[in-house]
Design a protein around this ligand. Structure first.
Ligand SMILES: [Fe+2]
Length: 232
């Protein structure tokens, strides 16, 4: 099964590939109503499977909770989410994030920033010296992480903390740069509208959830690769 019409499949495939390479994200819409999110994921790439995460995660607004301080919703509730990359505390976070709209909410925007470009003004030695660690150790191991390594970037001011002076300095410089940098605002405003984000290049955030958007629902699948459109 193909998620695009036969006539458009090649064009859509090329467009998604081009936009991901050029801008780090691509938006597309599926016209067929009975296509599932996992079918969409398999059509455009390879879903990322890991025992610690659900392959398909439902994303809905929820209020702050002291019981879920390990999540963005638990910490920020309906407020705006700060910029971050997903699973930044993992040694190798998933490469792509696919978001598919199930229940649109036009007043809520996904915000994107080219974090790789933002880091490009830092010199290599600074990025190498500035070490961070996850706020909570993983398997009781304190792994040290860099914001840019092997052409992958990571950023999470909530769950990553600097362990050195150079890390603290870098954190405050980056925070300032984020405030003044250009951001893209993306609204998924119709059913089966999808956004794929390069999680090794862009950081993302979310605007606050107004009262008229409490029924917003997205489904998220991480992808280890995007290979263009192919049959499921
Ligand atoms: Fe996220």
């Amino acid at each position: 099964m193909s998620i695009f019409s036969k006539k458009n499949a090649e064009i859509e495939k090329k467009r998604i590939e081009y936009e991901l390479a050029e801008f780090g994200y691509s938006k597309f819409i599926i016209k067929e109503s009975n296509i599932t999110t996992i079918q969409i994921a398999k059509n455009i790439g390879t879903p990322y499977y890991h025992e610690k995460i659900q392959t398909i995660e439902e994303i809905t607004p929820s209020i702050k909770s002291k019981l879920r301080t390990n999540t963005y919703s638990g910490n920020f509730g309906l407020d705006a989410f700060p910029f971050h990359t997903d699973l930044a505390h993992w040694q190798t976070p998933p490469h792509y994030i696919l978001l598919c709209c199930i229940q649109p909410a036009k007043d809520v925007k996904t915000l994107l920033i080219d974090f790789k470009e933002l880091l490009s003004t830092e010199d290599e030695s600074t990025l190498s010296r500035a070490l961070f660690r996850p706020r909570k150790s993983i398997n009781h191991q304190a792994s040290l992480l860099r914001l840019s390594e092997n052409r992958k970037i990571r950023w999470d001011s909530l769950f990553l903390q600097p362990v050195s002076t150079s890390g603290k300095d870098l954190l405050s410089r980056i925070t300032e740069k984020i405030n003044i940098s250009a951001k893209k605002e993306i609204a998924l405003s119709s059913d089966k509208e999808c956004l794929v984000i390069d999680n090794w290049r862009l950081a993302h955030g979310r605007t606050a959830i107004p009262k008229n958007c409490l029924n917003r629902k997205l489904e998220r699948v991480y992808l280890s690769s995007v290979q263009g459109v192919h049959d499921v």
